[in-house]
Design a protein around this ligand. Structure first.
Ligand code: HGY
Ligand code: MN
Ligand code: MN
Length: 403
């Protein structure tokens, strides 16, 4: 897989973040450069290339039977801030390699095959996760593109215009049914590496939902307001957030993360008037996830009460927990057996574009190990040897699905 390594090395030069790792936000020059390179490799592999109205990149090879629903594989090209060069990227480059290999060996498929590189899966620029695949599934309303802004106040629509995309046309990215969608991804956890197992077959993907919470109090001078007279929303937020682990524990398999917190007016010597923070809630069972959300909201309201004002509670799009399609799970496991790779059925605690592609047809996911189970950090790494196994498994499945 010399060429796969060359592809990774070429992309590893792009979007290097000053404080370590990578940042490749949607519609940034870095993402545009990534897409330019991947589009070139897709064309070299014999695929016809297009970018859809949301900016996702598609490479396609027509099958002999134009009536058959296309087989789609791929992942996302963007990264979290200070993220790694494998999350999403392995799914894009590994899928392209699998399609390239099978085209070389078997020529034109019976069924059309497509490789997709989604934009905006991480939401790291506009705080909308799975944005590119939501646009393809038609599950994001257009107003979002006009309203949501990045940290510099640039709306998604303005950022899209800078790369020649018109947010008003984003509905054109919506696709009909697909024959199957298969996504390869690094595990982003320690299970496979610890067990020495080269392939994970995903049985379900956790449901995820994020919220933005704002608590209010009374801004004031950090030096002159006696502690007893303060209405400090940072204290309310700290007390509320400290109670979240108990809510997660009581839910069984739920997890709750506060990844961002900021204040207004955001100064060292001012008691904040407002504190805003994000809550990322996940659970494999939707109704328990909703119970967790209600408990988090209740705790925030209780702790913020001394501020004398209601909290603001803004939900992001809700991504439902999703079972993978049994036939594709079986096909992935049989492919591992055929290739002599031990594999393990396992859940995904991370969200993926597969959650949206499940709205368009059967879906399956496979994981490969990553170093120390680490991800969303500069230390993220997967070996070419492990990637090659994933590519071979995908190639075996494409052979069954498209030839
Ligand atoms: O947040 C997630 O699970 C994914 O990495 N976007
Ligand atoms: Mn990620
Ligand atoms: Mn990912």
């Amino acid at each position: 897989m010399k060429e796969l390594k060359e592809w990774f090395d070429a992309l590893s030069e792009i979007g290097v973040a000053a404080e370590g790792g990578y940042y490749r936000g949607s519609y940034t020059p870095e993402e545009t450069e990534m897409y330019r390179l991947v589009a070139g490799w897709m064309e070299e592999a014999g695929l016809t290339v297009r970018r859809d109205a949301a900016g996702n990149l598609w490479g396609k090879v027509d099958g002999r039977n134009p009536e058959a629903l296309p087989i789609v594989t791929g992942s996302h090209i963007d990264s979290v801030r200070n993220g790694g060069n494998y999350d999403g990227i392995f799914g894009v480059l590994g899928s392209l390699m699998a399609v390239k290999e099978i085209l070389k060996k078997q020529g034109q498929p019976k069924t059309t095959m497509e490789v997709v590189a989604f934009t905006g899966e991480e939401g790291s620029r506009f705080s909308i996760g799975l944005m590119g695949s939501h646009a393809v599934a038609g599950s994001l309303d257009k107003a979002t593109f006009r309203e949501k802004t990045d940290v510099n106040g640039v709306t998604i629509a303005e950022a899209m215009a800078e790369v020649g995309l018109d947010a008003e046309q984003v509905d054109e990215a919506v696709r009909d049914k697909v024959g199957a969608y298969l996504e390869m991804h690094i595990e982003q956890g320690p299970v496979l590496e610890k067990a020495g197992i080269p392939v994970g077959v995903v049985d379900s993907i956790v449901g995820t939902q994020q919220f933005r919470v704002t608590m209010s109090g009374e801004a004031g001078h950090a030096g002159t307001v006696p502690m007893a007279d303060r209405r400090d929303p940072m204290v309310y937020a700290a007390r509320a957030i400290a109670r979240f682990p108990e809510i997660a524990k009581n839910s069984g398999d739920g997890v709750i993360t506060v990844g961002r917190i900021w204040t207004k007016p955001d100064a060292e010597n001012v008691i904040p008037g407002e504190v805003c923070f994000t809550v990322d809630l996940r659970h494999p069972v939707e109704e328990i996830k909703q119970e967790m959300a209600a408990a988090v909201k209740r705790v925030c309201e209780e702790e913020a009460a001394p501020g004398g004002r209601e909290i603001t509670w803004i939900p992001y799009p809700n991504n439902l927990a999703t079972e993978m399609t049994p036939e594709l799970k079986t096909m992935l496991m049989e492919a591992c057996e055929e290739l002599g790779y031990p594999c393990r059925l396992m859940p995904s605690g991370a969200g993926h574009d597969t959650l949206n592609m499940a709205k368009l047809g059967p879906v399956g996911m496979l994981f490969i190990p990553c170093l120390g189970g680490r991800s969303h950090c500069p230390e993220e790494y997967a070996s070419i040897e492990d990637m090659e196994k994933g590519v071979r498994v995908l190639e075996t499945c494409l052979n069954r699905l498209a030839y």
